[in-house]
Design a binder for this molecule. Structure first.
Ligand SMILES: *Cc1c(COP(=O)(O)O)cnc(C)c1O
Length: 341
């Protein structure tokens, strides 16, 4: 049986969290002389520490209770908090599947956690046999699965098996789920007590600048995330920005449709370009492309002020192309056609 109290670090389990002014009095009416704020101005008051209005909207959209939602300063905050909650520095281990999003490793290094990188197979899927061997031999507290995966673009199969087999916490990072046909794991947070689903407003919702990330999990995990976060971790401006895009979701849907159509257009164009060797399947708003000489192609594109992501160090001779506006994508295709290696 999964026992959360065995997975959470003892100091976190026993932590008495800071009780902010807004924790001790959360009413809206009154004369507020409790938080040492300047009584004048527009941004003079501390924001709601638990982002209740935003959670209410997300709760309707995702069909979960507000108690199952944590809002972070970007999903990068969720990643960092997971290390801090579950992995004792210099002691506990974590695992992820490479190639994947680089912050799992950076955050592990910052928190002095040993991160095991298990290579994905040739189809960029989890090698279940290799995973089982690692799980038998190593004591691991935390697993990060990115699906759809960055930088490969594909959704990951068999995450259910990982959740079933593993007795620690599994974070499924769904930063790109809005672009995918695969179902979110949010619907399984009540089935799996060890599941945390991370999503973000930074990609499909167009709010990268606002830094709003979301974690969905059972209430016990969410209450621990709330205990450890800094008291006012999401600014009122950013909470309002997120509420605003949720209130105007038809715009978001239109943009998403355009982006997905453009992905098809780009894929088709890429297929006929001489230096393109392979186009990997994508469930996201980017495509991983193998080219003849990634470093050279990347630099040639930069010289034309077209900035892609050189992923050569992660996947040999691959660049990652984000789907842009139609005019931007045309420029990219034209430039790629002109490259002579
Ligand atoms: C972009 C990205 C994030 C970052 O999310 P923020 O909410 O902007 O911090 C997280 N995970 C993956 C896989 C990403 O590609």
């Amino acid at each position: 049986m999964f026992d959360l109290t065995k997975i959470v670090r003892k100091n976190i389990l026993n932590l008495k969290p800071y009780s902010s002014a807004r924790d001790e009095f959360s009413g809206k009416d009154g004369v507020f002389l409790d938080a040492n704020e300047n009584p004048y101005g527009k941004l003079n008051r501390y924001p709601d520490p638990y982002q209740k209005d935003l959670k209410k909207k997300l709760s309707h959209l995702k069909s979960v209770k507000p108690e199952n939602i944590f809002i972070g300063n970007g999903s990068d905050e969720v990643i960092d908090l997971c290390y801090r909650i579950f992995c004792a520095p210099g002691k506990d281990k974590a695992l992820t599947f490479s190639p994947t999003y680089g912050m799992y490793e950076v955050s592990a290094n910052i928190n002095e956690v040993d991160l095991i990188n298990l290579p994905l197979n040739n189809s960029f899927q989890i090698n279940l046999e290799a995973l089982e061997n690692v799980l038998i031999n190593e004591s691991i507290k935390l697993i990060f699965v990115c699906s759809p995966n960055n930088p490969t673009g594909n959704a990951i199969n068999n995450i259910d098996i990982v959740l079933d087999k593993f007795k620690g916490i599994v974070v499924v990072d769904e930063a790109y789920i809005d672009f995918s046909d695969t179902n979110s794991f949010i619907e399984k947070i009540n089935k799996y007590p060890n599941l945390i689903v991370a999503q973000t407003f930074s990609k499909a919702w167009g709010l990268a600048s606002a830094r709003v990330g979301v974690a969905y999990a059972n209430e016990k995990i969410i209450s621990i995330l709330n205990k450890v976060k800094s008291p006012y971790n999401v600014s009122m401006l950013n909470q309002k920005a997120a509420i605003n895009v949720l209130d105007n979701s038809s715009e978001y849907k239109n943009q998403k449709e355009i982006i997905l159509k453009q992905k098809k257009v780009i894929k088709k164009a890429l297929a006929s370009i001489f230096i393109v060797k392979k186009i990997y399947p994508s469930d996201a708003n980017f495509i991983l492309v193998e080219v003849e000489d990634a470093n050279k192609v990347y630099n040639e594109l930069v010289s034309k002020r077209l900035i892609t992501r050189n992923r050569n160090s992660l996947v040999n001779n691959c660049i990652r192309i984000t789907i842009g506006k139609p005019t931007e994508n045309k420029k990219l295709i034209k430039a790629l056609k002109e490259i002579n290696l």
